[in-house]
Design a protein around this ligand. Structure first.
Ligand code: IVH
Length: 665
């Protein structure tokens, strides 16, 4: 390959990875591999000025713009940082700074590099007025409504604080490990694709159009950079201490270093200690502390000369691929799984790793017996990130995605715009049938704990059950062995099944296993429609009125009930005596008796449907639109302008979420 061909190839590759990383939030290669390609391109371009191109990926900072948010220009561009992976380069940075400052002494602020999304917050007169993502560095998306839901971001600063009238503070929006793990557990239960790491989860969440979803996901924000015309100090470190005092979450890990040894000690300490942190970090950031010195050092088009990021090595191992097997889930989704020789990685033995889908498999170009690299970049889920193709045995067969279901032989389908393959045989493919029964009995669904996956497997194989409705016809004599020796346990099982008849309607809705309908959505649907017949008759438009339901879920619900098999299944459950309507709500108090209340906007503490129930249980009446009869409006964030105008015209009082909660306290 000539240098020119290599440059073209690298530009194309880097563009593609930029897109995967910033737009799709689905990187295929590690940051380190990306940076290696980027450095190679930078070096080639430096040698060949004749092939300069303004559109080269070396010229831009990446973009996460999406079209659903209003775009706002940054007052000061949001630059990114130069990355290094070794101490020698940290030493070189220190040397460069020292020389550029003419040998004058300087301090370096050492900080953790948080692995989330950068955010710019603007405060005026002590109030948060705007939150903007980095975007392409020049313009970003206005995500103020979503950021307001992050509990650690102050909406109003303590008036006693000595903050400037106008300032900007930048930092990182993150999803703490705990929230991330909970979110993935929920997604796993719903068979939705898992987020590979907290950064992707935070990105997906921050770009959500529904700020209630954002509030539930529990994001966090660490701030690390203060900008403004009148700052408290010339020291970056001192400014961040001040910001901490004003109420911002500022990491207390930051330290001032006065020598290269101080810096190395900081790196060594956190390379280990970061494992105990509640949030993901991917390195260390070093910043020249004095703002005056920062100005003298200046910036290149891409990054400041006064700062550098030292990235931790992603933990990686090399092992052999034995075979690729395929798992069929409850929804029929087929997942390819790499089965490898066991290898130790970040403290655990890894044998299997999901290959996600056909596209990812194809990009890896796997052959049987290949040496593959497995990585866990601070993440829990191991990923196959590449193949050592130089070590490939000649003639070893390539691995191709299957076209028939490994369980039932049906021809797999791949829907337009989706990455996954599905087995369409949902009425006879065993893992789909068994998976649905297991979901039905699970704790958040019908909670039949006397049964487990093994029992389901056993009953299914013995032909005792084909679907969950069959459970309600089981008698102890069916379960019993010929000798009757398992009498007591058989009784317990039948009792457990019988008890599930009292499980509330919302969990019955969840237990049906409608695609994309998780626990939370099932609850909203149950409350919104009150009974199964109304739910079954709902049109997509009706469904879209339910909180948390978008077009994908609405269509999935409609499809489910359009299938005669599913309607028959629901009928059999009804015959079996399951709860098919919400229980009439018992009143708690009469505090709202005689009041007609309109709910508007988005809320932090409860969902809209929960507020509806609360109003009823305190004796009040819910109304859909504002009229003279409206007693007051329970007003959340982002109340629509039309409603606001009408309320003002009729002189109707707005009651905030907190005031309302105090009223019914
Ligand atoms: S300072 C001009 N400090 O890393 C300097 N950035 O690759 C602005 N990051 O875009 C950034 N932790 O999203 C800074 N303590 C920290 C950071 C940090 C994480 C992110 C930030 C930035 C990226 C640079």
């Amino acid at each position: 390959m000539t240098d020119k061909e290599r440059i073209d190839w690298l530009r194309h590759e880097l563009d593609r990875h930029n897109y995967n990383y910033y737009v799709k939030n689905a990187p295929e290669i590690s940051d380190q591999e990306f940076d290696t390609l980027m450095h190679e391109l930078q070096a080639l371009e430096a040698n060949h000025p004749e092939w300069d191109d303004d559109a080269s990926p070396t010229r831009r900072v990446g973009s996460d713009l999406s079209h659903e948010f209003v775009q706002v220009a940054h007052r000061t561009p949001m630059l990114s940082l130069d990355n290094t992976y070794n101490r020698a380069e940290v030493g070189a940075f220190y040397q460069r700074v020292s020389e550029a400052l003419g040998g004058e002494p300087f301090a370096v602020c050492c900080e953790l590099k948080f692995d989330g999304l950068s955010i710019s917050l603007t405060y005026e007169e002590g109030r948060l007025v705007r939150a903007v993502t980095r975007g392409d560095g020049v313009r970003g998306d206005d995500v103020t409504a979503n950021v307001r839901t992050i509990r650690s971001v102050p909406l109003r600063l303590d008036p006693a604080g000595m903050w400037p009238a106008v300032f900007e503070i930048r930092g990182e929006v993150l999803m703490p490990w705990e929230s991330f793990e909970r979110l993935n557990r929920e997604r796993e239960a719903r068979e939705e694709p898992l987020f590979a790491n907290p950064r992707n989860a935070a990105a997906g969440t921050l770009k959500s159009k529904n700020s209630a979803v954002v509030a539930r996901r529990r994001l966090d924000a660490y701030l690390y950079y203060l900008l403004g015309d009148t700052l408290p100090s010339d020291s970056h470190y001192a400014n961040m201490q001040a910001a901490a005092a004003w109420g911002f979450r500022v990491s207390d890990a930051a330290r001032l270093a006065h020598s290269l040894d101080d810096i190395y000690a900081f790196i060594d300490y956190w390379d280990e200690a970061r494992r105990e942190l509640p949030v993901a970090t991917d390195g260390i950031v070093l910043k020249v502390d004095s703002l005056a010195q920062q100005r003298r050092l200046g910036a290149t088009a891409k990054s400041p000369r006064w700062a550098i990021a030292y990235k931790f090595q992603a933990e990686r191992a090399r092992t052999r691929l034995r075979e690729v097997t395929y798992q069929v889930g409850r929804t029929g989704a087929v997942t390819p799984v790499a089965n490898m020789d066991p290898v130790l990685l970040a403290g655990t033995t890894v044998r299997r790793a999901s290959l996600h889908n056909e596209d990812i498999m194809r990009q890896l170009d796997l052959h049987v017996g290949d040496w593959v690299y497995v990585e866990k970049a601070g993440e829990i889920i191991p990923q196959v990130v590449g193949v050592d193709s130089s070590a490939r045995q000649p003639g070893s067969p390539a691995v191709h995605f299957i076209d028939r279901c490994p369980e039932c032989g049906a021809t797999l389908v791949r829907y337009e715009g989706e990455a996954a393959h599905y087995c369409p045989n949902d009425t006879a493919c065993p893992p789909q049938l068994k998976g649905r029964i297991e979901h039905f009995i699970s704790r958040d669904a019908m909670d039949i704990s006397s049964l487990g996956p093994e029992t389901v497997d056993d009953y299914y194989n013995r032909g005792l059950i084909h679907d969950a409705a069959d459970l309600y016809g089981i008698r102890t004599s069916d379960i019993n062995g010929a000798d009757g020796g398992r009498q007591r346990s058989a009784e317990r099982i039948v009792e457990g099944i019988a008890r599930s008849r009292t499980v509330p309607f919302e969990r019955v809705v969840f237990a049906l296993g409608i695609r994309f309908v998780g626990k939370v959505v099932a609850k909203q649907l149950a409350r919104h429609f009150s009974d199964i017949d109304t739910l079954m008759a709902a049109t997509p438009d009706d469904l879209l009125q339910t909180e948390g339901v978008g077009t994908v879920i609405a269509q999935s619900v409609v499809n489910y009930f359009a299938n005669p098999d599913n309607r028959r299944f629901v009928e059999r459950l009804r015959q079996a005596g399951l709860q098919m309507a919400v229980e009439r709500t018992e009143t708690i108090s009469d505090r709202l008796t005689g009041q007609t209340i309109v709910i508007s906007g988005t809320f932090v503490h409860h969902s809209r449907d929960e507020y509806k129930t609360l109003i009823e249980r305190h004796g009040g009446k819910n109304a859909g639109s504002i009229s003279k009869k409206t007693s007051f409006i329970l007003a959340g964030d982002n109340m629509g302008p039309a409603k606001l105008e009408k309320a003002t015209k009729l002189g109707i009082r707005l009651v905030s979420e907190d005031e309302f909660l105090a009223m019914i306290e």
